[in-house]
Design a protein around this ligand. Sequence first.
Ligand SMILES: NC(=O)c1ccc[n+]([C@@H]2O[C@H](COP(=O)([O-])OP(=O)(O)OC[C@H]3O[C@@H](n4cnc5c(N)ncnc54)[C@H](OP(=O)(O)O)[C@@H]3O)[C@@H](O)[C@H]2O)c1
Length: 262
Amino acid sequence: MLGFGTYGRRGPEGVDAMLTALETGYRHLDTAQDYENETEVGQAVARSGLPRESIFVTTKIAPRHYPRGSLLPSLRESLDKLSLDQVDLTLLHWPSPNDEVPLAHYVEQLAEARSSGLSRLIGVSNFTIDLLEQTIAMLGKDAIANNQFELNPHMQNKRLADFSQSKGILVTCYLPIAHGTLGDDPILQDIARTHDATVAQIAIAFELAKGYAAIPTSGKPERIRENYAASKIVLTPQQIASIATLDQGKRRIDPEWGPKWD
Ligand SMILES: NC(=O)c1ccc[n+]([C@@H]2O[C@H](COP(=O)([O-])OP(=O)(O)OC[C@H]3O[C@@H](n4cnc5c(N)ncnc54)[C@H](OP(=O)(O)O)[C@@H]3O)[C@@H](O)[C@H]2O)c1
């Protein structure tokens, strides 16, 4: 449930950060074709010496690979870079920008990624309620394991999170610590003080308490460890309720070609 985000973790420093994460205890690495670091993720998995089955690896298909006949070859290329036979989870990174590729064309290929064994589980990212409903109608109710989208105390995306959970779809929070910008929030600061923790840790503890997965990243070993230690923090029901009031709907990732958000 607490994974290591790998956006921006590239080259030897990127591998070192991932190895630090795995040594710390993280067992979930989140990459994407567009992060151009699948090779580094593969190197970290291999160099960690951990059994392959103990590490959960997610990758995401870039929308340029959505036209019919493109998605599976691109996933095979990702597996080559990762030096893996199978990823644990393959996500559609975004809905096709401006609906250039019809949803059915890439959803049916995603299903093939699982039926062919290239991916153990399949899911989506940045999908809205409407897109989730359409996808469930195409693939059936238990096909989609995960929806990954922006979620942190200042951007709680509650309707989408509730809808996803009501359909048995695990929510994964990206930007779980809002790029480290939550430090000025007095309520988070107060709660952090009572746990002798940082606000970043409180944000992660909140997300885990809500039943979401979270994938913070850092290039700094001390922060990689700090973020991981958040999994030990147990918030009180009152603290969870008070963090729930902090939503500002503050979306940071909002490309003009993105979907019509809920
Ligand atoms: N599906 C999607 O479309 C999508 C979009 C965005 C991200 N993601 C995934 O989500 C992961 C996380 O998102 P993100 O990397 O954008 O945001 P994030 O994890 O919320 O923030 C990372 C930033 O916060 C800083 N930071 C890390 N730990 C900190 C701490 N304890 N205190 C203060 N600052 C801290 C880091 O700087 P330092 O390195 O200097 O510590 C880094 O700049 C990504 O790596 C990626 O895997 C997915």
